[in-house]
Design a protein around this ligand. Structure first.
Ligand code: IVH
Length: 672
């Protein structure tokens, strides 16, 4: 590629990624998957590496892939981060306004009303127009330095442009996870047999504090800014501060309103109580601030909160209905989830018929009886939950809900695992629900993408005993499918075509499709960048896997356990036989047809080796398509460690999360 072509592509990619950022964050309507997005960013990063002088000033690549801080340092706030006094009643808002009027006699008072975003409060420090630090509220006086993580939030500007920018200033805002992203995250968690997160606030807090380089997740956050503080500015009103923030490119929600009377304030509160359902993020109330800064100063602060502001909080929507019965779902990993079936009611804009009960302890905690009048809540939470029981309405002869002791699908006695009160069906071999769950996961779009095989087809195939593992799909005959209810010639061919077509799905999708616990779409993708085929991965140890920056002990153990199970090895052997892609494509060959298994990978050698002189090893790596670097940098893919390696190289590689491999491993990779 020449420079002219590179320039054009860099410009196109930068604009394209900005476009997708907008769709994802502002409109919550992404057109492409996370995976496709990450591919665009990766392609751009590669070009920028090749042509560093062509990199555009605000390239989106500067937001991704930064090494997260090992620990969170404590930072003292220059201005304490206070909380707000809050109320749920109109009467108290009226009292607040009367008190202010009494303390500021005769003066006209303007109220600045804003939404109260339900996320995590953060403070952002800018110096000379550049983002210096991002700190959590912590205990109000000091918080955690989460700069590296917060920098990955696309709507946080890292460089400020505009007029009247003071040399130093601080902004306050709320990091939030938009509802659509929260929903997606929970669906992904459910697909991985993980418990869904309770609400977007928890999801935001967890995401901001993860040490792992889960860029995709942090990219799913947003941040609304609602305050400007600076020694170098003399702002007359809060409104003036908001206007500067808007001009400088901060994300300020346009929902604020200046009000002059109690009626106007109440109209604002009432309006958003209904309209909040249309917002892309969760709010839990509104904040009413005195607009004039000199008036704010006169009113002053208490130890905990300013006297010039108050939060009006909305009651979470809560409604009573009848619990009709409880049934139990069996996930693909065998986890049993109780589900409450309710008399349908309209709640927060949607009809609710079911609510999750999470696990056995939840049923106990609520002391649920069939026919109970229960309270169902859908606050910030997406999945409705039962918050309580109206025991006064309980009929004397009602039966308590007792958790099942055998699997509803196969009758196997359930086992209790982990401390969370979770019950499992241990029959991984032949429980039809587990198999159906696994197959539904296997055929989904992000996995093998076999759209012609739907839920009902899977159920019929399993019930008829035509398939016992996902690999059996590939050995189905025309007659097998034609014999199913409702399948004529065309539909049968369609299914067979879809299955055959999926043999072209790349290795990373296949790995995701296997349904290994904790191995979601993104993790599967990263793993296949390090392990080029399934046999290498099957031999990986926990330590080797953990050397990859985004893999922690839970994921590593889950992978190792998976490959220790002979049934899984059998499944992989059958998939291999069926012609499924279980390695990265070996397109790389030399003119003489020799394979180049290390093509494009960067290596660094440290120490001495048993089977090789250092130089011979280097030659071999180059012959197989690899490059050799002279020091540890982000570009490095593997550090090869022999005897007496350089300790500083190891520390540096660890800090950057670069995998370290030994002689045996490189021998395997060289395929010699
Ligand atoms: S002003 C000194 N404005 O609510 C008062 N806070 O308890 C500073 N919050 O965690 C806060 N939206 O992060 C303010 N528009 C808004 C807000 C807001 C959400 C959060 C804030 C803090 C809590 C106050």
């Amino acid at each position: 590629m020449n420079k002219e072509e590179a320039k054009r592509e860099i410009e196109q990619l930068t604009a394209l990624i900005a476009y997708h950022n907008k769709l994802y964050f502002q409109e919550a309507q992404p057109e492409i998957s996370d995976y496709e997005y990450d591919q665009l960013v990766e392609r751009l990063a590669r070009l920028e590496q090749q042509f560093p002088d062509l990199k555009l000033a605000h390239s989106p690549t500067q937001r991704v892939g930064e090494a997260p801080s090992k620990n969170f340092a404590t930072v003292y706030h220059q201005y304490p981060m206070l909380s707000l006094s809050n109320t749920y009643s109109e009467e108290e808002i009226s009292q607040f306004i009367r008190r202010i009027q009494k303390q500021l006699p005769g003066a006209p008072i303007a109220f600045f009303c804003e939404l109260k975003f339900d996320g995590v409060a953060i403070s952002l420090l800018y110096k000379q127009g550049k983002l210096e630090k991002v700190v959590t509220r912590g205990d109000g006086m000091k918080g955690d330095d989460i700069t590296e993580n917060a920098k990955q939030i696309p709507t946080i500007p890292q460089v400020i442009k505009g007029e009247n920018i003071p040399p130093a200033f601080e902004v306050r805002g709320e990091a939030v996870m938009p509802l659509a992203n929260f929903d997606k995250l929970n669906q992904e968690r459910l697909a991985q047999a993980l418990e869904p997160l309770a609400n977007p606030r928890n999801a935001t807090a967890g995401t901001l504090k993860t040490l792992k380089n889960t860029t995709g997740l942090k990219r799913s956050l947003d941040c609304y800014i609602y305050g400007l503080l600076s020694e170098d500015m003399d702002l007359p009103t809060h409104e003036a501060g908001i206007q500067y923030l808007e001009q400088w490119g901060f994300r300020v929600s346009p929902t604020y309103k200046k009000c002059l009377t109690l009626e106007e304030v109440m109209d604002y509160i009432n309006y958003w109580e209904t309209a909040k359902k249309e917002l892309p993020v969760a709010i839990d109330g509104v904040v009413i601030k005195i607009n004039d800064i000199s008036q704010q100063n006169k009113l002053g602060l208490t130890a905990k909160s300013p006297r010039w502001a108050i939060a009006y909080k909305y009651q979470p929507e809560n409604i009573a209905t009848i619990l009709e019965y409880v049934d139990y779902q069996v996930g693909r990993t065998g986890v049993i989830t109780p589900v409450a079936h309710l008399k349908p009611i309209l709640l927060a804009g949607t009809t609710v018929k079911r609510a999750t009960l999470h696990n056995a302890s939840e049923i106990q905690r609520l002391d649920l009886h069939i026919g109970d009048t229960v309270f169902v809540e859908k606050g910030g939470e997406i999945i409705p939950k039962i918050t309580g029981v109206d025991v006064t309405k309980r009929k004397p002869d009602s039966q308590p809900v007792t958790f099942i002791i055998t699997c509803p699908a196969c009758g196997t006695a359930l086992v209790k695992r982990y401390e969370k009160g979770l019950y499992y069906c241990p029959n991984t071999k032949s429980c039809p629900y587990q198999l159906q769950g696994l197959l539904k996961h296997f055929v989904q779009r992000k996995a093998m993408d076999i759209r012609s095989v739907g839920k009902q087809t899977i159920e019929m195939l399993v019930q008829k005993g035509l398939i016992h593992t996902p690999a059996d799909l590939y050995f189905l005959q025309y007659q097998d499918i034609r014999s199913l209810e409702g399948f004529k010639d065309l539909a049968t061919r369609n299914v067979l075509d879809g299955i055959a077509h999926s043999k072209q799905r790349p290795f990373e999708r296949v790995l995701f499709a296997l349904g290994i616990r904790h191995v979601g779409e993104v993790i599967a993708d990263k793993i296949t960048q390090h392990y080029l085929n399934i046999d290498l991965l099957a031999k990986a140890t926990v330590e080797e896997l953990m050397a990859i920056s985004f893999i922690g002990p839970e994921i590593a153990h889950s992978i190792v356990n998976y490959f220790e199970n002979p049934e899984n090895l059998q499944l992989i052997a059958s998939l291999k036989k069926a012609g499924i892609q279980l390695s990265k494509p070996d397109t790389a060959t030399t003119a003489t047809g020799q394979s180049l298994p290390l093509l494009g990978k960067n290596f660094l050698i440290s120490g001495t080796f048993q089977n090789f002189e250092r130089e011979a090893l280097k030659e071999l790596i180059k012959k197989k398509g690899g490059n050799l670097l002279t020091g540890v940098s982000r570009k490095l893919d593997y550090l090869i460690i022999g005897n007496n390696p350089g300790p500083s190289k190891i520390t540096e590689a660890q800090a950057l999360g670069i995998p370290m491999i030994d002689e045996t491993k490189i021998l395997e990779m060289l395929q010699v």
